[in-house]
Design a protein around this ligand. Structure first.
Ligand SMILES: [Zn+2]
Length: 353
């Protein structure tokens, strides 16, 4: 069904009013700790030893700056998603495992005659931000620890209070989306207490009766010309709709196209969008953390009108995924991922039976 999404980048001038709202939407500081079994998780897109090396870096930055390892990891993961979305404009050193990107002129100082300067004192003199996190006396842009430590210590310099982390993020990034993302990622990591959160689930129970096919880019009629940005999964009213990822609820409510819909942000900075629901799982609210397979609502046919409108088309789940590129978000075709998650979940069910 149609392109249901009308979210847009928040203009910067609304920032002052929205900082607290963002912090609240991110559930900061959070409630709703969600315990989960550690056993069933697989390691993510990076080799396991990269995961261990990264954790050691987060722990060290945490000890040195006083921010939590989850906050250090959230900064790193946020920046890595931007690098993945725009690799050409964010060149990282060849051996980097920390995703933080800092331009040379910001690191060494815009007026520094030596753009490769690694001397913390002269960098500071020329207004650069580069600092030494590894303890070798040099502030090296190519050093993972130095880069993450630099960002973390700047953010931390705005204070220890509960809103100060958000303020520090704003002062460093000057981008409300960056603030929101890092707070969201921190919340997810705090809720599960670890970083290997890459498992996925198919959005409907594997045993339910449903059907779907690739419908990417189909044009739709209602509300003017729009391109279909997602996959429609047809099923009966009331079939449970489940989160496909570990993530945090970013949006929940009515939209004239999508009906009752819910949006969940994951640690890869993907926004998972579930529309036309019959209803929501009552206890969930924006800022809550969810895990793959957790029920978030039920298949319905809501949408195409005033709040509560239903039945203008057959019941189905509209599922879309959007990638945050820093200032805008782009939809991509979720169909191949749906196929993969369905296959993986089937396989896991066979193994455990
Ligand atoms: Zn649709």
């Amino acid at each position: 069904m149609p392109h249901h999404r009308t979210r847009r980048t928040s203009p910067r001038h609304r920032f002052a009013a929205s900082l607290l709202a963002l912090a609240i939407a991110a559930g900061w500081p959070g409630t709703g700790f969600l315990p989960v079994s550690h056993a069933a998780e697989k390691s993510g897109g990076k080799p396991a030893d990269d995961g261990k090396r990264l954790q050691a870096i987060y722990d060290r930055v945490s000890r040195k700056t006083g921010i939590s390892w989850q906050s250090a990891a959230a900064i790193d993961r946020y920046e890595r998603t931007l690098t993945r979305a725009r690799p050409k404009s964010r060149p990282l050193p060849p051996q980097a495992i920390v995703g933080v990107y800092i331009p040379e002129s910001r690191w060494a100082g815009p007026l520094n005659p030596d753009p490769k300067d690694t001397n913390p004192a002269s960098i500071r003199f020329f207004g650069g931000i580069g600092r030494d996190g590894s303890g070798d006396g040099m502030a090296e842009l190519s050093n993972d620890l130095d880069r993450l430590y630099t960002v973390a210590s700047i953010v931390k310099s705005y204070g220890n209070g509960k809103d100060d982390f958000a303020i520090g993020l704003w002062e460093y990034y000057r981008n409300p989306r960056a603030v929101q993302r890092v707070l969201q990622f921190t919340r997810i990591l705090e809720a599960f207490g670890r970083g290997d959160l890459s498992r996925h689930a198919f959005p409907l129970p594997i045993g339910a009766s449903y059907s779907y096919r690739s419908t990417w880019g189909d044009s739709r009629g209602w509300g003017g010309y729009r391109i279909h940005e997602g996959t429609d999964i047809f099923a009966s009213y009331g079939v449970p709709v489940r989160s496909t990822t570990y993530g945090i609820i970013e949006l929940k409510g009515w939209n004239k196209y999508g009906g009752w819909r819910i949006g969940i942000r994951d640690l890869n900075n993907l926004y998972h969008y579930y529309a036309h629901l019959q209803g929501f799982e009552k206890n969930l609210k924006p800022g809550d953390v969810v895990k793959p397979g957790q029920i978030i609502g039920w298949v319905g046919s809501s949408g195409y009108g005033r709040p509560g409108t239903q039945g203008k088309f057959p019941p189905h789940l509209h599922y879309g995924i959007y990638r945050d590129r820093g200032l805008v978000e782009w939809a991509f075709d979720p169909y191949p991922l749906l196929r993969r998650w369905e296959r993986e979940e089937r396989k896991a069910l066979r193994v455990t039976r």
